[in-house]
Design a protein around this ligand. Structure first.
Ligand code: CO
Length: 141
């Protein structure tokens, strides 16, 4: 298993347009992608930073995971995503190390990626996402 890049750092925000504007105007970092992920109850904006992204997240409904996060903890760091060549293999590596995971199997993420989350109880209280560019034949339910 090898982490090839920090794919993105995700930040929960209440006003996505305002956050997008702030990154563009104050840090000169452009938003290159926006997407509503209905299954996760979030809208995301990807702000490009070299070969990585800042992923600004806002809930589309209050009872979504990010909605509950904002209600409980307010705005701020939500998760760190590491890029891997093979999400399924990386997830199996983590599970074989006896670690608790949120996703037992990789699932589709935004931008056509394949993702899996490791439980924050196992990761020093920082939610970790493994991201593979593109879909995988190993995606199962
Ligand atoms: Co993410």
């Amino acid at each position: 298993m090898e982490l090839t890049e920090i794919d993105h750092v995700a930040i929960a925000v209440r006003d996505l347009d305002e956050a997008v504007r702030w990154y563009a105007e104050v840090l000169g970092a452009p938003t290159v992608h926006r997407e509503v992920v209905a299954s996760d109850g979030v809208e995301e904006a990807l702000v490009r930073v070299a070969d990585s992204y800042v992923q600004l997240l806002t809930p589309t409904r209050e009872d979504s995971p990010v909605g509950r996060f904002l209600a409980a903890r307010g705005e701020g760091l939500h998760h760190v995503a590491y890029r891997v060549e093979d999400c399924a293999a990386a997830l199996e590596h983590v599970k074989a190390a006896g670690q608790r995971v949120i996703d037992e199997h990789p699932r589709p993420g935004s931008r056509g990626t394949t993702v899996a989350f490791i439980h924050p109880k196992a990761t020093f209280s920082t939610l970790i996402e493994l991201v593979q560019e593109g879909p995988t034949s190993a995606v199962t339910e």
